[in-house]
Design a protein around this ligand. Structure first.
Ligand code: BG6
Ligand code: MG
Length: 219
C-alpha cells in the first residue's frame, strides 16, 4: 500500500538546472575550460564534487585536491547568490498542485535530493510546508545511484520502500529508487528515465490521479 512520496528537487519540483549551468559556466570561463549545455546534462542529479570532476575530466585538466575544493566552493557561492532570484512562482508546472493534493489526501512526503542547498531552494519557493522530512546532500554520504538518500527519507517517514513512490528526473536517481526497492516515477525523456516504473514527459502530467491509475492495486 502506498503511504508516502519522496521527491527529488532539481528538475522535479523546480528547474534549478539553468542556475547550476550559469554558475558552472562562470567558473569554467574563469578557468578557461570548455563547458556547454551538453556537458551540463551529464550533471543532472550528480553531486557538486562529482560534477566538478566531470567538467575537469572533460577538459583533461590536472587539478590538485585542494584547488578542486576551492573551485567547488566558488561555484557554490555563485549558485547560492543566484538562488535569490528564485520565487514561489518558480515551481515546475504541476509540482505545487501535486504537493497540495498530497497534503490534502494525507500522504507522507519527503525530499530526497543530492543538493546541500535544498532547504534554501525550498524556502525561496515557500515549499517547506509541503514536506514532513528533508533528505538532502547533508543527510547521507553515498550519493545517487546509491539508494541511501531515499532509504533515509523512507525511514524518517516511518515507511518501508515498497510503501513509497519516488519522483526523479535523473537516470542515476531512478537507478537509486530501483536499487532501494521503491516504486519510481520518471520525469523526462525515455533515453533518460525510461527505466522508471512509469514515465511522464513533464510534472504537469504526473498527477496523483495518473500515478494512482497506474499503480491501481497499490492504493
Ligand atoms: C542535484 C542537481 O540536485 O544537486 C545537481 O541535479 C547538483 O546538478 C547537486 O550538482 C548538488 O547540488 P549542490 O546544491 O549541493 O551543489
Ligand atoms: Mg533532479
Amino acid at each position: 500500500m502506498i503511504k508516502g512520496f519522496i521527491f527529488d528537487l532539481d528538475g522535479v519540483i523546480t528547474d534549478t538546472a539553468e542556475l547550476h549551468f550559469l554558475a558552472w559556466k562562470k567558473l569554467a570561463d574563469k578557468m578557461q575550460w570548455a563547458f556547454d549545455r551538453e556537458v551540463n546534462e551529464e550533471l543532472r542529479g550528480v553531486s557538486r564534487m562529482d560534477s566538478l570532476q566531470i567538467i575537469k575530466n572533460h577538459n583533461k585538466a590536472n587539478v590538485a585536491h585542494e584547488k578542486l575544493m576551492e573551485l567547488a566552493a566558488m561555484k557554490n557561492d555563485l549558485y547560492v547568490e543566484s538562488l535569490e532570484t528564485l520565487t514561489p512562482n518558480d515551481y515546475l508546472s504541476g509540482a505545487k498542485e501535486l504537493l497540495v493534493h498530497l497534503r490534502k489526501e494525507g500522504f507522507k512526503v519527503a525530499l530526497g535530493s543530492a543538493s546541500k542547498n535544498s532547504s534554501k531552494v525550498l524556502r525561496q519557493l515557500d515549499a517547506m510546508k509541503y514536506f514532513d522530512v528533508i533528505g538532502d546532500g547533508n543527510s547521507v554520504s553515498k550519493s545517487k545511484p546509491a539508494p541511501d538518500i531515499f532509504l533515509f527519507g523512507a525511514k524518517k517517514l516511518g515507511l518501508k520502500p515498497q510503501e513509497c513512490v519516488v519522483y526523479e528526473d535523473a537516470e542515476a536517481g531512478v537507478d537509486a529508487a530501483k536499487a532501494g526497492g521503491f516504486y519510481s516515477v520518471g520525469i523526462g525523456p525515455a533515453e533518460r528515465v525510461g527505466h522508471a516504473d512509469i514515465r511522464f514527459n513533464t510534472m504537469k502530467e504526473a498527477t496523483l490521479f495518473a500515478v494512482k491509475s497506474h499503480f491501481a492495486d497499490l492504493f
